[in-house]
Design a protein around this ligand. Structure first.
Ligand code: PLP
Length: 392
């Protein structure tokens, strides 16, 4: 009899051959603009902690207090023994941040997408999904059993054509999209998506993972950025990026949220968010509302990096971006690995992202409010020294 696990090793070999192999790196310090990575101090351009809150004393204090009072685990699902007053407070704070009637928190953003999508649509329904959407949206769509049409990145005309042809064959329709595309940094065409949604009676779910507390004058996100704050749509997001904690949420109408509490399996059948994570996210939302200057710092850092790129590296192939995520394209996966390694040895942590995560190899730079000018200058100087190979 042959070994039923033998294929695993062969598959890993294929992954190595394609330069697709990944492994973890160890951060040995508190999160921040400078971290210790595998024993070496590096400037951190690889974090989703846009506002620098994950290491903030006030979040640490809030989490510690909550753990002292309520323990480390929430011990059950929300509907059984897991619910605490803190959870409700956090949901109300999210609803107030997003200016929606209500919100529901999940144990991660991934689970929020799986739960919302599988609750909202099923076998008789249609999903239109951007080709560059996050894995959690794509897998939520598959899990829902709905028919899924993947449209070319940001292409509202294709959505329209598809809907004209097939909309009448389906009961409900759901358009799902990242607000900020996580591996590119560009924005979804939200106004056009909402218009086409209205025309063809489609729900719209926008994933604000990278835009919550980052975009919009008040930090409400991409929806506020485009001026649709009180529009009926489904706003999903995460507590684990700019909010420096862990967990996900869906915000929207009272009816929507009430429905999800009754129908989203990844909310009903999983353990409630831990007291520490809940309290940290709650403290983060208060800071986001009280300290808009953190957001201003983030955006001035983005502007400064762009200015230095234009001056010192005019040939850099920057991908279109309207967020603190800036990517530049490289010739191939091998070149991405080389550049990633050289950056690390020069004290810069900016990951090389390769297929299959993205269609083309690139270096992805994530800006933070807590980066100092000298950090940004060093990044640009090191890139100028490395000598980059752009052409495919
Ligand atoms: C990170 C991310 C998620 C998942 O959120 P987690 O809280 O990390 O599970 C979902 N969607 C997008 C677009 C993301 O970038």
């Amino acid at each position: 009899m042959s070994n039923p696990y033998a294929w695993l090793e062969q598959s890993l070999e294929t992954i190595h051959r394609a330069d697709w192999y990944r492994s973890v790196k160890t951060i040995q310090s508190c999160p921040g603009a400078v971290v210790i990575l595998d024993g070496q101090e590096v400037i951190n351009f690889a974090s989703n902690d846009y506002l620098g809150l994950a290491g903030d004393e006030r979040l640490i204090e809030a989490a510690t207090r909550a753990i002292r009072e309520f323990g480390t685990g929430s011990t059950g699902s929300r509907l059984l023994s897991g619910h605490r007053e803190l959870h409700r407070e956090l949901e109300q704070a999210i609803a107030s941040l997003k200016q929606t009637e209500d919100a529901v928190i999940f144990s991660s953003g991934y689970l929020a997408n799986l739960g919302a999508i599988t609750a909202l649509v099923g076998k008789r329904d249609l999903i239109l999904s951007d080709q560059y959407n996050h894995s959690s949206l794509k897998n939520g769509a598959i899990l829902s059993g709905a028919t899924v049409i993947e449209y070319p990145h940001g292409d509202v005309e294709t959505i329209k054509k598809e809907l004209q042809q097939v909309r009448q064959n389906y009961r409900r329709c759901l358009i799902i999209t990242d607000a900020v595309f996580s591996m590119d940094g560009d924005l979804c065409p939200l106004p056009a998506l909402l218009r086409v949604g209205e025309e063809f009676s489609c729900m719209v779910l926008v994933d604000e993972a990278h835009s919550t507390a980052v975009l919009g004058i008040n930090g409400f996100g991409c929806v506020e950025h485009f001026g649709y704050t009180h529009y009926p749509l489904i706003q999903m997001g995460t507590l684990s990026k700019a909010l420096g904690s862990l967990g996900g949420y869906v915000a929207g109408s009272r009816t929507l949220v009430d429905f999800l509490r009754n129908r989203a399996p990844s909310w009903i059948y999983t353990t409630a968010l831990s007291p520490g994570d809940t309290a940290a996210a709650l403290a983060a939302i208060q800071i986001v509302q009280q300290e808009p200057q953190r957001r201003d710092r983030l955006w001035s850092n983005v502007a400064y990096l762009r200015q230095l790129f234009a001056q010192q590296l005019p040939h850099l192939k920057l991908l279109p971006s309207e967020s603190p995520i800036l990517c530049f394209q490289l010739a191939n996966a091998g070149e991405a690995v080389r550049v990633g390694k050289q950056l690390i040895s020069a004290g810069i942590f900016a990951p090389a992202i390769r297929p299959p995560t993205v269609p083309t190899s690139r270096v992805r730079i994530s800006m933070m409010a807590t980066h100092q000018k000298k950090h940004i200058e060093k990044l640009v100087n090191v890139l100028a020294d490395i000598g980059l190979l752009f052409d495919v």
